[in-house]
Ligand binder design. Structure first.
Ligand code: GLU
Length: 450
């Protein structure tokens, strides 16, 4: 294949200050298509809206594309820098009578001279435009639905459709892969491209992302920014794998797999048009699988921001990375997000872990036996050898003496020491990392609540 035949795709976000999961999916599908065909991926920042033309609004785009591992071969190109080119394209349309000038009251004006305060409308011909969308099939739009639309504003700026169509043509984009919300603008872009003598790209409109109520994901209702998922402790690898499945699936049905395999499996024509459910439970499941697949060192590195954060519940001077490292084999299986690590290890670093009342109610043995069991445990642990096996046997023996089984005798000790009824295996870390005095103090504090 000669390079002239290879696809050229673009991710063309408008700067908003954050990257929406829907935009990330669009970027990913363009990238997958480019990487699976040997084509070229272009990044174009559609920043023609002056009020949004600020560098800090594009930073999140670069940062989160990189986080997901989406690279590009050309760009970033900035649409705002192409104003003169857009003006020339509009002038060309005016000269060919494919467009006309309007005054402030939207009356058509004679002449073809662009000037301040004058808008330009495209002269939509009669007829029908048929878009042969890779995903949606043929979409026919009668031109009466389009009317003569604005391509140049009276403030001297191009409209979205004009800039978008001109840039796709100039950048020789072969495939415009983008969100379904843009489908309604596509016939206009096609008309503009054709009037300029350019071949419009092949369009592929990706299905909407919806929440569990089947409503379009929205910034107001749903958690949609990649930043928020990263902060909660989602791995980029899990997120990218999950995003690839929003509207597409591999023919062999294997969903969790390395990106190299996804690239191999990806076919644009296999994307379906039904709305894609952004399923948080599934994303969390993927994340757990990816966390379990990490080598201990890689997991520790990924956990570090969640442990060394000033949001962590323990005083920073009590935090010990070596203790966390020793906990990895005990907690790796349990983590669904990286931030879950805090709940697994906080009791080792907080001087007095706060007691979860529900856990406590659930865990104490009902009746007066509970007082006797805790008193017995406190007395027995006061002078038994401080090693995990002896401590464990001691706790169980006290329970047995009062007729309760092992899990029932461990439960109040766990809640007293860790603050919760669920967590990593108790005795080893407790004995290795807490002193006898600390454990007894927590048991006594719990006992005084009964
Ligand atoms: N700039 C448009 C947006 O962010 C996308 C344009 C396109 O992909 O054609 O919604």
């Amino acid at each position: 294949m000669s390079s002239a035949e290879l696809p050229r795709v673009r991710f063309a976000p408008s700067p908003t200050g954050y990257l929406h999961v829907g935009s990330a999916r669009t970027a990913l599908f363009n990238w997958l298509y480019a990487r699976s065909t040997g084509g070229t991926m272009v990044l174009r920042i559609e920043d023609t809206d002056e009020s949004r033309n600020r560098p800090e609004l594009t930073d999140a785009i670069f940062e989160y594309l990189e986080w997901l591992g989406i690279d590009y071969d050309e760009g970033p190109l900035y649409q705002s820098e192409r104003r003169e080119r857009h003006r020339k394209a509009v002038q060309q349309l005016l000269d060919g009578d494919r467009a006309y000038l309007c005054d402030a009251d939207d009356n058509e004006l004679p002449g073809t001279e662009m000037a301040a305060g004058r808008a330009v409308r495209f002269r939509t011909p009669e007829g029908t435009t048929v878009i042969d969308d890779v995903i949606r099939g043929e979409v026919a739009v009668d031109h009466t639905q389009l009317g003569d639309f604005v391509i140049w504003r009276s403030d001297g700026s191009p409209t979205f459709v004009l800039a978008n169509a001109v840039d796709d043509a100039d950048m020789a984009i072969t495939h415009a892969i983008r969100g379904e919300d843009l489908l309604s603008s596509t016939p206009r872009a096609v008309l503009v491209a054709e009037a300029l003598g350019a071949a419009p790209p092949i369009y592929a409109h990706l299905p909407l992302l919806v929440n569990e109520q089947r409503k379009k994901l929205s910034k107001r209702r749903d958690d949609v920014s990649l930043e928020s998922y990263r902060q909660q402790g989602y791995l980029a690898s899990a997120m990218a794998n999950y995003l690839a499945l929003l509207g597409w699936g591999p023919r062999d049905g294997v969903e969790i797999r390395p990106m190299a395999e996804i690239i191999e499996q990806f076919r644009l024509e296999d994307v379906n048009k039904a709305p894609a459910f952004f399923d948080l439970a599934k994303l969390e499941h993927f994340n757990g699988v990816y966390i379990r697949g990490l080598e201990p060192d890689a997991l520790l590195a990924a956990l570090a921001p969640h442990l060394e954060s000033d949001q962590a519940p323990w005083p920073p001077e009590r935090y010990r990375p070596d203790v966390v490292a020793s906990m990895i084999p005990l907690v790796q299986e349990k983590l669904r997000t990286l931030s879950d690590i805090q709940r697994q290890v906080d009791w080792l670093f907080c001087p007095d872990p706060s007691m979860d009342e529900k856990s406590w109610d659930k865990s104490v043995v009902r009746g007066k036996a509970s007082v006797e069991i805790l008193d017995g445990t406190i007395a027995a642990l006061a002078d038994c050898p401080w090693d995990p096996d002896t401590v464990k046997d001691t706790v169980f023996a006290v329970g047995e003496a009062h007729g309760v089984n092992r899990s029932k005798s461990q439960a109040p000790v766990r809640v007293a020491v860790t603050g919760r009824s669920v967590g990593p295996p108790l005795f080893e870390p407790m004995v290795d990392h807490l002193t006898r005095e600390e454990v007894l103090r927590r048991l006594q504090a719990a006992r005084s609540q009964l």
